[in-house]
Design a binder for this molecule. Structure first.
Ligand code: CAA
Length: 392
């Protein structure tokens, strides 16, 4: 009996209601806007409305997957996030209820900074390898928040990715080889009492690149493709210039250095979404993949190398093959419409929307009705978070 290919049947993203253009932030901070647009490679960031969070974005992305696919055999939902809304209950349980999924489903949440979406993919592949008739819905959803007036401020953002993992997929085969790397480093973390992350910015950049070399070597040691056998590279993009720095480092490491301008050009097809959404932590590497897939180039049969980095730090390098007919399964138009529909805010409104540093202790809260998305976070009643479908 031949083992069926395992991989991704369908993948899409949802983002938040608001958008802040970084030129406005630069103006407010009195710095050259080119520092953001050129230096870190960011144009804008998505910001959730008061009635949005990781659950509403995740459910919006997942609803599109459920609407377009046969989900017979869906028995597992993994919700990956580092901006979780409860220390005990998996956010995916709220999503399962909003989507009307049957009770016969296992739901759990994964966490390891920005890595846990890629980690969830590997766990999902394990489930499907054991039960090829089953499917797994993975949601990676995050709101990236740093303190106001901190160096991390222009690298905030928000988005969710949802994808369906199964045997004989239509879109991407995930190849068996993967390389992993873990190092206990204090580069970025978020203690329980904080909404915003603590970060050693410059150190986090070098920790990311050290992890890349480690994961790459492990990928090669486990039968991964050679550098020249990989047609495109997608990186976790906390800011898009991070991908450029990383790829320059990998190119030097494998003895194929290129000047920065050429690496910028090489990675250009992967940065379009992250440039305007901002960091979306667990979703970010998949937004890079989606930008590439949604682009004009025909990628049929191509191998894509993917590097996921989660501060702290766990990382993985793996590869996927793009399957024939993949274009029929893309959501290009929905992605473009969603980005265009975001409501722009000025810096005053952005600062009002920013939740500050401390986690709110509110056990009673009624949220204004703002989001144009299909689900909203109604508020908190007696400490219980309430969500509803909006009918949109
Ligand atoms: N025109 C063009 N470029 C300019 C410029 C101008 N006027 N002014 C500055 N620049 C360039 C700088 O030369 C610099 O480029 P290089 O990196 O190539 O040297 C770049 O813009 C950034 O400038 P600074 O280094 O001065 O920026 P900063 O000190 O204000 O902070 C940062 C940058 C460290 C990324 C900060 O935004 C930060 O801490 N971000 C959050 C942490 C982060 O994203 N880390 C990434 C790795 S960790 C990870 O990946 C996990 C995760 O998701 C968080």
């Amino acid at each position: 009996m031949t083992t069926p290919a395992l991989g991704i049947q369908d993948i899409t993203f949802a983002t938040a209601h608001h958008r802040l253009d970084l030129d406005l932030l630069a103006q407010h901070l009195g710095i050259d806007p080119a520092k953001f647009s050129v230096g870190i490679g960011q144009e804008a960031m998505s910001l959730p409305a008061e009635d949005e969070d990781v659950v509403t974005m995740g459910a919006a992305a997942a609803a599109r997957i459920l609407a377009d696919n046969d989900v017979e055999g869906l028995r597992t939902l993994i919700f990956a996030t580092e901006s979780g809304i409860d220390q005990s209950k998996a956010a995916g349980v709220h999503v399962a209820a909003l989507l009307g999924l049957p009770a016969q489903i296992r739901v759990l949440e994964t966490k390891q900074a920005c890595y846990s979406g890629a980690g969830a993919l590997q766990l999902a592949l394990g489930v499907v390898a054991r039960h090829p008739e089953e499917k797994v819905l993975v949601i990676a959803s995050d709101v990236a928040r740093y303190d106001l007036d901190s160096p991390g401020e222009p690298t905030q953002g928000a988005a969710a990715v949802a994808f369906l993992v199964q045997a004989d997929p239509a879109l991407l085969e995930v190849e068996p080889a993967s390389g992993v790397h873990t190092a206990d480093v204090p580069d970025f973390w978020r203690p329980n009492h904080r909404v915003t992350a603590l970060v050693e910015g410059k150190f986090s950049i070098s920790a990311y690149m050290d992890a890349l070399e480690g994961a790459w070597e492990d990928y090669r040691a486990h039968g991964g493709a050679a550098f020249e056998e990989i047609d495109a590279f997608c990186y976790h993009q906390p800011f898009t210039m991070m991908a450029v720095k990383a790829h320059q480092r990998l190119r030097r490491h494998v003895g194929e250095p290129l000047p920065k301008a050429e690496v910028v050009e090489e990675l250009a097809p992967t940065v379009g979404y992250n440039r305007v959404v901002g960091n979306s932590y667990t979703a970010s590497v998949f937004l890079a993949l989606l930008a590439l897939l949604d682009g004009d180039a025909d990628l049929t049969g191509r191998r894509i190398g993917i590097f996921s980095y989660g501060s702290g730090a766990v990382s993985e390098f793996f590869s996927v093959r793009v399957l024939p007919g993949y274009r029929a399964h893309l959501h290009r138009a929905e992605h473009a419409a969603q980005l265009a529909a975001r409501e722009p805010v000025d810096v005053t409104r952005y600062r009002e929307l920013h939740p500050g540093t401390a986690v709110s202790a509110a056990e009673q809260q009624a949220n204004p009705r703002v989001t144009a998305g299909p689900y909203r976070f109604v508020g908190i009643e007696g400490g219980v978070r309430r969500y509803e479908a909006t009918g949109a």
